[in-house]
Each structure stands twice: as C-alpha cells, then as structure tokens.
Ligand binder design. Structure first.
Ligand code: NAP
Length: 309
C-alpha cells in the first residue's frame, strides 16, 4: 500500500513530490497523459523566481522532476482511470490495475479550452492547434498568415512566438482590450507582425472539404459583420478546463469542475488533498501551483502522522 499517491507532474504535483519525498513518504507520482503539465508547452518562463534570464518551460519541469526523484519520488508514466473513496485505504485504478493508498494529492492540472466548433474538431492537427510552442515551427505554418484566438497571457505569448514563423499573425479577441498582464499586452500590441482584430469571434474554420486550414470565418459581435481571413493555422489560446472529470460526484467541485478545498489543501474527503490549476481559477501561475503543491504535501504528511499517533 502507498502512503502518498500524487496525480499530476506539473508544478503542483512535482513540488508535492519533492516535499513528500523529503518527508520519507516515498511518493508514487503519476504523470497522466501530459508529463510535466502545461508548462512544458510554454517557451520561456520569465516569472518563476530564481531564473533572472528566464527558463525554458520544459527544462524547468525536467529539473523539478529530477529534484523530486533525487529524494526518492517514483515518477511513473501512468493515468488514473477511476477512484474509489468509499472505504480506506482508497483505491485508484491506474491503467487497469488497482493501487491502494492512504493519502492522495490531486494535482491533475487543466487542459486547453476548445471553441466548440465542429470544424475545429475536424481540422485539429490539420492546422488547428492549442500549442504554438509545440507546433508553430511546422513547415505548414512557415511564412504563412496565422491566426491566434484569445486575449489572455497565453494568446499574447502564442502570437508573439508565432511571429518568428508566420508572415503575419492575426490576434482575434472577443472584446476590445486584452485580459493579459500589462507587460505582455504592451509587448504584443507593439509587435508590427501582430494585427489585433477586436470584438470578434471565429464562427467556422475553413476548409473541412480540403481537410486543412485555409482560413477562418470571423464575426464582429458588435456590428455582426462577417469576414474570412486566409490563414494556414489557427492557434486557440482561450484558457483552460480543470482535469477533474474522474472525481465528478466523488469530490466537492464548483460548477466549472474546479475542486473546492475545504481548509488549506484539504478536500471534503479525509486524506485527499488538492493543489494547482485543478482547484485554482484565480491565480493559475507556476509559482502559485508550486506553493499549493508544497502546502498539500505538508497537509498530507500531518494527516499521516495524525493517523499513526
Ligand atoms: P485566460 O487568462 O483565462 O484568458 C483566456 C482568454 O480567452 C480571455 O481573453 C477570454 O476572453 C478568452 N476566451 C475564453 N473563452 C473564449 C471563447 N469561448 N471564445 C473566445 N474567447 C474566449 O487564460 P490564459 O491566457 O491561458 O492564462 C491562464 C493563466 O495563466 C493566467 O493566469 C495567466 O496569467 C497565466 N499565464 C501566464 C503566462 C506568463 O506570465 N508568461 C503565460 C501564459 C499564461 P475574455 O477576456 O473576454 O474573458
């Protein structure tokens, strides 16, 4: 039986792994389908303290994993399919096998939000993508007009990154001002290769018949005017949804699927703790996720020592 299982290897999960490993709890850390979490899809992380020149997102996560492993964390490429909290020890179904554990830290993060268009689904990986860092350098996007949707830090980051490859980058946002942090917004709007298109939404990705992206149909929500913008790629950066589906009905969540912590990182299930983007729709930073991971590890450690006392 495990003392601590951690679901997720983003900033929250790996920090929880580091702290529980250093507490000699020998944590089992399950990666899910995206080892390293969303930060691995970022280019340079400029706001993680301790790296004045910035650090590549993938490198930061690789270092965090090494640091946790150095103290005995066991990181396994595996996905939790279901959980049973009806009796102790809790049982997790991990890729078809049962794993029993005294405590669980949920740090399952969040995934990309989709626009919800049929054409978006049909053209995914055929020009529709959710990650400029992963796909931006593909030959199909080189020297072509590209479109980014969104108005947050992610959209700004993606648009700026894509100016390296595209001939022009259209930034389509549903309002007339960016939600992004001031520094990112200013940098983005000052870039001569980025053309903002305000108050507008993508209503269709073209062209499903050709089985590749050739453009997007865009509607101005104030004037209702429509236009088609030719492009070879559509990069969607409109936020995230928490990866908490397997806990539905088993853990208290809000209406958007974010786990609701009760006290500190405790959930409504004793011995089950939560950290990071799967429970945080307010701060959502690498450093806040890491801080929550640390807190969850300390809470799990205290819970375990309470049990054994
Ligand atoms: P976000 O801040 O939630 O922004 C999402 C954007 O997408 C918003 O502008 C929103 O519009 C728009 N949007 C949402 N649903 C939409 C829909 N269905 N159709 C069209 N547009 C839609 O998400 P994010 O940019 O991914 O950032 C998430 C968190 O990570 C933030 O806290 C951010 O600061 C952080 N982050 C930081 C960095 C960095 O500092 N380097 C980089 C990336 C992300 P509205 O504005 O109208 O709501």
């Amino acid at each position: 039986m495990e003392k601590v299982v951690i679901i997720g290897t983003g900033c929250a999960g790996l920090t929880a792994a580091l702290y529980t490993a250093r507490a000699n709890l020998n944590p089992l850390v399950l990666t899910g389908t995206m080892p390293g979490g969303l930060l691995t899809t970022t280019s340079i992380v400029e706001n993680f303290p301790g790296f004045p020149e910035g650090i590549d997102g993938y490198e930061l996560m690789t270092r965090m994993q090494k640091q946790a492993e150095r103290f005995g964390a066991r990181v396994k490429f595996a996905t939790v399919e279901s959980v049973d909290f009806s009796k102790k020890p809790y049982v997790l179904n991990v890729d078809g096998e049962n794993v029993e554990t005294e405590t669980l830290i949920i740090a399952s993060g969040a995934g990309h939000r989709h626009l919800g268009l049929d054409s978006e689904v049909k053209l995914e990986k055929k020009g529709v993508t959710y990650c400029a860092t992963c796909d931006g350098a593909l030959p199909m996007f080189r020297n072509q007009p590209l479109v980014v949707v969104g108005g947050g830090d992610s959209a700004c980051e993606e648009a700026t990154y894509l100016t390296r490859f595209g001939s022009i980058v259209y930034l389509i946002h549903r309002r007339d001002s960016l939600r992004a942090s001031k520094i990112m917004a200013e940098r983005t709007l000052a870039n001569p290769k980025i053309k903002p298109i305000w108050d507008s939404v993508v209503t269709e990705v073209l062209d499903v018949a050709q089985d590749k992206v050739t453009g997007v149909r865009v509607k101005n929500i104030k004037t209702c005017e429509e236009q088609v913008i030719s492009c070879a790629g559509l990069f969607i950066a409109i936020g995230h949804v928490p990866n908490t589906q397997i806990f539905a009905g088993k853990i208290d969540m809000d209406e958007n699927g974010y786990v609701i912590p009760k006290r500190g990182t405790e959930t409504n299930v004793p011995g089950v703790f939560v950290a990071g983007d799967c429970s945080d729709h307010v701060y959502r930073q690498a450093i806040t996720a890491a801080g929550m991971g640390c807190a969850a590890a300390i809470d799990a450690e205290r819970y375990l020592s309470g049990i054994s006392q």
